[in-house]
Design a protein around this ligand. Structure first.
Ligand code: LHQ
Length: 261
């Protein structure tokens, strides 16, 4: 396992795991950690051995968001710059990554920590996980894509309730809303999360990449243009080895062996 200070990285069986490793501060994020995250996500995007990515944390926190101690001091910190240079590249990196990115939310996810999880394609959560839009408690507003993701997941009014009040959303509630795909016990969390990601890594991941890109595009397209884009993507999907393999496996009544190509 290669270690980059407070962010760990490992590739195993087609799954890359990026682990926030600052448990004593609930994986509160520093600019250095954000730069590492952006670099590692870019690495996953390009690495042929990576067919799914897990983002998770060590300890009882997934991430408590921005390290508040790091942005306090005698000199005022330019928050716009922190958001633009620290958080936005990570959110955009996850959104643009042609591999499915799974947030394995092992514990509390607060502020930008919660919204980096929302930026992932799928979320799994430990029973004890909670999501907190912690921004207004410190006189800020959601960033890291919160204003984009929350209304899309919850609808406008629930999104505003979560953002204004900053109340805890439990893993069970998040699953009821469709935001969390699976809940695992704390004892088996790492193993079950890995198994889930591995299951996804064995799917036709090129088609998943096209699905992700097409859905993101479609969010801002009229129906006619979304249909046009789908037709183009499906043209590409139809040329993949995995499509040929899927059809052959179906006709031969066997399990397909997809390669993500
Ligand atoms: C922390 C943090 C933390 C430092 C726990 N920082 N140490 C973008 C651009 C620019 C600027 C500002 O922000 C942003 C985006 C954002 O993310 S804003 C939102 C930032 N996050 C928060 O406001 C959450 C602050 N944390 C909390 O409210 C609580 O810690 C939660 C609810 C997450 C967990 O509560 P507890 O389970 O009671 O744990 P704790 O509070 O005792 O924390 C454990 C330790 O972690 C503690 O350190 P200590 O040395 O006293 O044991 C905390 O100080 C530290 N910690 N969050 N964000």
């Amino acid at each position: 396992m290669a270690e980059h200070q407070n962010v760990l990285f490992e590739i195993s069986q087609g799954v890359a795991t990026i682990t926030l490793n600052r448990p004593e501060k609930l994986n509160a994020l520093t600019m250095d950690m954000l730069h590492q995250l952006a670099l590692l996500i870019a690495k996953c995007a390009e690495h042929d051995d990576v067919r799914a990515v897990i983002l998770t944390g060590v300890g009882r926190g997934f991430s408590a968001g921005q390290d508040l101690a790091a942005v306090q001091g005698n000199q005022p910190v330019n928050f716009e710059q922190v958001v633009r240079e620290g958080y936005n590249p990570v959110v955009q990196g996850i959104a643009a990554c042609p591999k499915p990115v799974i947030a394995a939310v092992n514990g509390v996810a607060a502020g930008a920590g919660a919204n980096l999880a929302l930026a992932c394609d799928l979320l799994v959560a430990a029973e004890s996980a909670v999501f907190i839009q912690a921004f207004t408690a410190i006189g800020l507003m959601p960033d890291s894509g919160g204003t984009w993701f929350l209304p899309r997941i919850f609808g406008l009014h629930k999104a505003k309730e979560l953002a204004f009040l900053g109340e805890r959303l439990t893993a069970a509630e998040a699953k009821q809303w469709g935001m969390v795909a699976r809940i695992f016990t704390h004892e088996n969390f790492a193993a079950e999360s890995f198994q889930f990601a591995h299951q996804i890594a064995t799917l036709p991941t090129a088609a998943l990449a096209m699905t992700k890109a097409a859905m993101h595009q479609a969010l801002s397209l009229p129906l006619a243009e979304a249909l046009d884009a789908e037709a183009k993507w499906q043209g590409k999907a139809g040329l993949t080895t995995d499509h040929a393999e899927g059809v052959a496996a179906f006709l031969e009544k066997r399990k397909p062996h997809f390669q993500g190509k």
